[in-house]
Ligand binder design. Structure first.
Ligand code: ADP
Ligand code: MG
Length: 890
């Protein structure tokens, strides 16, 4: 600060002598720079520290006085010739940074400047002394101004705007400044350029001359001055910048021609906007933590370099002398005058009329503002322009008093921060997505791995299973092979013994056949089942029919039963009638004889009068008789032994018919017919023959002589045998009839019984046929009658043989048989048995007494009733018993 202070004190006062402090001032422009830089550093760091509150506006500025250098143009050819005899109006003491302005030949004024540049100073040196510090400040974020002031033709344009096309060493400040800016610029930095001209308070765009009346806009808050209508062209390299300058110069020349003026009357202003992002590692910003860096918006520094090539500073009157009206001249130099006034005011700390001109408005920050400003005043050596030179020097001296407060143009780049944050957010989203993807991938990987492991395990398991299976298969195969080997051995063994395999094969074949048959049978069963199902269906339909038919059948059966009953009744009636007829006939034959039971019996057994005994009908009788006469008995009998059964049976029938006639019987027996008939009973198996033969024998047995013959020829046992084997009731009837006839023979009683005749007779009751039973009953009655007769005659004294052979039970049981022929015979038999006292005991115990009592009381035939009553009363045993039972017949 002391050095700055010393500048103030030491600089700028018009003085003839070098002040004491001049030494410190003279230490120079360049020397002060490091101090400023260090100040800058300190403040910049402070500013950054406060920048979170966005307070760089409030950051303390750095004192920065306007630097002024003076440059002397070399004499041009004209001056060399014209002014050759005169001394220069100025004398330079560059090492002392002093300039002596000659007042007259003996007196001069001495002025101190920040830099004194002689006519020999190179463009390079001029740039480094005047502009370079400003450019460096701009790169650090300050505004900077380089301005040339001086009379027309003194080299303002040469100093600032020389392009140096022919001679690169002649490159002016504009070109060199931009070179340095580009050298420092990074890719993210932005450098853009506007180039304008101010003439008669009108601003024209030198880069686009169509914009010929640009207006100045002032930010009311910051006070920043902008030219919204001006072209602002971003330049990327030096070459394009130079081209822009060239274009601007060309437009300046064209515009001035059009306005019928000279470039010296207008102010040319180049504005370079440098926007630099502050490098984080940079020492100004400080290396804060990563958090701070990311949380804080990035800092951008917007330095603006203004290079001003002013219009000529020659006096108005001079300009006027060159053909311009005063007003015109005034107007032309209004801005320049205003600039002078402002600088005076700034130097004297009085009111600064910034708003008086467009130039002062545009340069508001350059003088008394925040910019680092460097002014070069150009002068010529000619004594003829001494006044102008003096005025220029005075302007420079005053400008040296202007103190600026340098402020860094640094701000938070919220847009950039937002962009950066956007990028961060996007990156975080992307990262998140990536992580999520990675997580999902990981999960997928894990699940895939798990699946893989599972499938591997499964495969392993399957493999081991398969292995196991194969092993078992192998084992099995080996076992089979072993067994087969064993079998082969066995086979060999067995083959020597037998060939069981063939048998086995046969059995197998049979089995297969059986299986096939069974299958066929199963199919058949199935078919039948199906059919059964179908039949069942039709059966249901037919059931009604069946029920109907059954009903009809039942009706028929009922009808038949009724008819059978009727037949039975009629048969009984017929029996009764025949019996009655027999009785009547007997009575007629024996006259008025009292009823004789024997006669009765005889009538019964008479074959002629027994229609049921007769073999064939009347129509056959004639033919048989004829046959008998024609063929002869002997012949017929011989046919009984014929081979043909039909012939035999016919012969028997013929014999039987013949035997039915009493007069034939003798002839038949004589011819040996009886023996033949008996023989048939044993030799033939034919039951028909048995029946017919038995019938014939029965007929023959009616004759007493025949009876004896039958007995002697073993007839009883033959008849008993036939009775035993026969089932047919008619056969049994014939046999029973024959035996019954034999039973009526007194002489044959004992033999008959001894040969089983009675037993045979009784055995036939099994038939239950009334015809058979009637014959049995007749035989019993006959036998009982003979026994009764024998006992009456005193021949027989023992118990009845009938009782002995167990006939009593059947007799008692059938004593009240419904069929009258049976009943009558039994009633007679009972009466005969009861007449012999020895039978009484058995009869009582066998229940026969009761039957006799019943007969004596209820019998419809009176003779039998009387016989029974008489018998009962004549038997003492019966009487005793009846008395005991208190059933005295009285
Ligand atoms: P101004 O812009 O101040 O009107 P110019 O820059 O046009 O003056 O200079 C006028 C003339 O002087 C030009 O021909 C220029 O080449 C020449 N000139 C100016 N300064 C120098 C210098 N330092 N060395 C050589 N020639 C110069
Ligand atoms: Mg010029």
């Amino acid at each position: 600060m002391s050095s700055n202070y010393s500048y103030k004190n030491g600089g700028g006062v018009k003085t003839k002598s070098v002040s004491s402090s001049s030494s410190s001032f003279s230490s120079g422009y360049s020397k002060s720079k490091p101090a400023v830089t260090s100040n800058l550093r300190r403040n910049s760091t402070g500013s950054t520290a406060n920048s979170v509150t966005g307070a760089h506006k409030d950051a303390p500025g750095v004192s920065g006085r306007v630097r002024v250098a003076v440059r002397l143009r070399p004499k041009n050819s004209e001056e060399l010739s014209t002014d050759a005899d005169f001394a220069d109006c100025v004398e330079l003491q560059p090492e002392l940074k002093r300039l002596k302005l000659r007042r007259n030949n003996w007196d001069s004024d001495t002025f101190e400047f920040d830099e004194v540049l002689t006519e020999f100073a190179s463009q390079k040196r001029v740039y480094e002394v005047v502009a370079k510090p400003v450019v460096e400040s701009v790169l650090e974020g300050y505004n900077g101004t380089v301005m040339a002031y001086g009379q027309t033709g003194t080299g303002k344009t040469y100093t600032l705007g020389k392009l140096g096309d022919e001679d690169t060493s002649a490159r002016g400040i504009m070109v060199r400044a931009m070179e340095d800016i580009f050298a420092e610029a990074t890719e993210t930095d932005s450098i853009s350029v506007s180039y304008i001209q101010l003439y008669m308070e009108t601003i024209q765009d030198l880069l686009d001359p169509v914009n010929d009346n640009l207006s100045i806009v002032e930010d009311p808050k910051s006070g920043d001055i902008t030219l919204p209508g001006a072209s602002l062209i971003e330049v990327k390299d030096q070459q394009s910048f130079v081209e822009l300058l060239r274009l601007g110069e060309a437009h300046r020349f064209a515009t001035n021609t059009k306005l019928n003026t000279e470039s010296s009357r207008s102010h040319a202003i180049l504005m370079v906007h440098v926007k630099k992002s502050v490098s984080v590692s940079g020492d100004n910003v400080g290396s804060k933590s990563h958090t701070n860096r990311t949380m804080k918006p990035p800092v951008v520094r917007k330095g603006k370099l203004i290079v001003v090539d002013l219009a000529g500073s020659e006096r108005i009157d001079k300009s006027g002398s060159e053909g311009h009206t005063l007003e015109e001249a005034k107007s032309i130099n209004l801005s320049l005058s205003a600039l002078g006034k402002c600088i005076n005011a700034l130097a004297e700390n009085s009111y600064v009329p910034v708003r008086d001109s467009k130039l002062t408005r545009l340069l508001r920050d350059s003088f008394g503002g925040t910019a680092r400003t460097s002014l070069v005043i150009t002068i010529g050596p000619s004594p003829r322009h001494r006044g102008e030179t003096s005025s220029t020097i005075m302007f420079g001296q005053r400008a040296m008093k202007v103190e600026n407060m340098l402020k860094i143009k640094e701000e938070f780049d919220y847009k950039s921060l937002a962009r950066k944050l956007d990028v961060q957010v996007e990156s975080l989203i992307a990262q998140h997505e990536r992580q999520q993807k990675a997580y999902q991938d990981e999960i997928e990987k894990i699940s895939l791995e798990a699946k893989k492991q599972i499938s591997q395990a499964e495969k392993k398991f399957a493999d081991s299973l398969e292995k196991e299976r194969l092993k078992y298969q192998r084992d099995c195969m080996e076992s089979i092979k072993k067994l087969e080997a064993q079998l082969a051995v066995n086979k060999l063994k067995e083959e020597s013994l037998n060939k069981p395999n063939e048998e086995l094969n046969e059995v197998k074949k049979l089995l297969q056949n059986e299986i096939r048959l069974r299958k066929t049978a199963e199919e058949e069963v199935k078919n039948l089942q199906n059919q059964a199902v179908q039949w069942k269906r039709s059966e249901v339909a037919g059931n009604a029919e069946i029920v109907k038919l059954r009903k009809m059948l039942e009706d028929e059966i009922h009808q038949r039963e009724k008819l059978e009953e009727e037949i039975s009744v009629l048969q009984n009636q017929l029996l009764q009638l025949s019996f009655d007829a027999d009785e009547t006939r007997k009575q007629l034959e024996s006259g008025d004889r009292s009823v004789d039971m024997t006669a009765d019996m005889g009538s019964i057994i008479s074959p002629v009068r027994q229609p049921q005994m007769r073999y064939s009908g009347e129509q056959e009788k004639g033919s048989v008789a004829t046959l008998f006469e024609q063929v002869g008995l002997q012949k017929i009998l011989s046919l009984l032994e014929a081979e043909d059964p039909d012939v035999r049976i016919h012969a028997v029938k013929v014999i039987a018919n013949l035997a039915a006639e009493a007069n034939n019987q003798e002839k038949i027996v004589e011819a040996g017919g009886l023996a033949s008939l008996l023989d048939l009973l044993s030799s033939s198996d034919d039951e028909n023959i048995h029946r017919v033969a038995a019938g014939a024998i029965a007929n023959l047995a009616m004759n007493e002589t025949n009876q004896e013959l039958i007995m002697s020829q073993g007839g009883i046992s033959l008849l008993a045998m036939t009775a035993q084997n026969a089932d047919d009731p008619q056969t049994l009837r014939m046999v029973a009839g024959a035996i019954a006839n034999l039973c009526g023979n007194d002489k044959l009683q004992l033999v008959l019984r001894a040969e089983g005749g009675i037993k045979a007779l009784l055995s036939m009751v099994r038939s239950k046929h009334p015809d058979v039973l009637a014959q049995v009953a007749r035989g019993i009655a006959n036998f009982a009658k003979c026994e009764s007769r024998a006992s009456t005659q005193g021949i027989k004294s023992g118990k009845s043989l009938l009782i002995e052979d167990g006939a009593l039970a059947w007799i008692v049981k059938n004593a009240s048989n419904e069929a009258s022929p049976i009943r009558r015979h039994i009633e007679l038999a009972l009466c005969h048995l009861a007449q012999h006292e020895v039978n009484a005991k058995d009869m009582i115990s066998g229940g026969a007494l009761w039957e006799l009592v019943r007969i004596s009381r209820d019998c419809s035939r009176e003779d039998i009733r009387i016989l029974a009553r008489r018998t009962l009363s004549s038997s003492p045993s019966f009487q005793v018993e009846l008395k005991r039972l208190r059933l005295n017949s009285g």
